[in-house]
Design a binder for this molecule. Sequence first.
Ligand SMILES: *Cc1c(COP(=O)(O)O)cnc(C)c1O
Length: 391
Amino acid sequence: MDDKQILMIPGPTPVPEQALLALAKQPIGHRSSEFGCIFEEVLQNLQWLHQTQNDVLMLTASGTGAMEAGIINFLSPGDRVLVGCNGKFGDRWADLATTYNLNVEKITADWGKPLDPEQFREKLEADTEKQIKAVIVTHSETSTGVINDLETINRHVKTHGEALIIVDAVTSLGTVNIPVDEWGIDVVVSASQKGYMIPPGLGFVSVSEKAWEAYKTAKMPRFYLDLDKYRQFQAKNTTPFTPPINLMMALQVSLQMMKKEGLANIFARHQRLMNATRAALKQLNLPLFAPDNVASPAITAVAPVQADTEQILKIMKNRYDIALAGGQDHLKGKIFRIGHLGFVTDRDILTAIGSLEATLIELGQDSLTPGAGVAAAAKVFAQSEARAPVQ
Ligand SMILES: *Cc1c(COP(=O)(O)O)cnc(C)c1O
């Protein structure tokens, strides 16, 4: 039967019906007053989501395009930058920075391990001449399901004083607390197809005053991604270039839904989904790729020992209509990943775990106690204080 699929990859994520309906509307002109009204509300809610008074600029781009904007607007060729690399996305930002002739110094950790904030501290402390212009960090490393210690790394950047911190928050914004103003995070990048619960196509960049200061002297060429253009037009509730109008209408709806749920509840829900998923997988004797204390609330990576990863993905997809993700690069065939960010509820986890049990049984995994995973997830849900009481 068609149309039954659940997306549990780490983006795109499922889209609520109200947002889908907004996508089906006639487009309106982006210089019209109707558009201005929608955009004004959206911009306010974006600041709410980012917990900031900074500009949050919206681009027609995927997360990578938004990250490119977040890097090139504030730096000049030859600038020294530290890039945290412990997975596919960290590596991508090192490549991007190298492409733009930045002087890239990688701070690495094995895939599946977190970045060590001490290594950032040492490099930043040693830089008495203040040559490091930016520190680029992926907060939730989607390729491995590891969350990096942004708060501590950021503290070291603040102590340095000169460097900007540029954060890939693509799978952490809207899943885990990032108090942008309280921490003083300069550049925060995110994208519509993750925690925002709408399809791909919009990228977001929040920019601090300090970053705007750096913008004034930054010499990297920029045109479509010139963030000052977006700032000037957004001040008039419009965009410099034609935006994907219907995606904006969907964004208006999804941000309203998020506001209604509330930030604390959103974060608690993602925590609960992660805890239930991890508890279930442990009961199924499936080793978790990221340790508990650095696990991302957006995504769980699993390294099966007995079963073949590709087989698991195939059966989950073809028999149970649940799309999970495989591993990337050298982890292809070695891990699989369960996305639980955005429009995801407790039921989705129970369904996914139940289906995974059925899949493992079909694959003849003999060490499995049927129902053990679902029971473990149900227990986490039952003990969760953040759930609203049933009337
Ligand atoms: C999805 C994702 C991105 C953005 O990728 P695009 O395909 O360009 O949207 C960036 N960083 C992380 C950590 C992601 O999960």
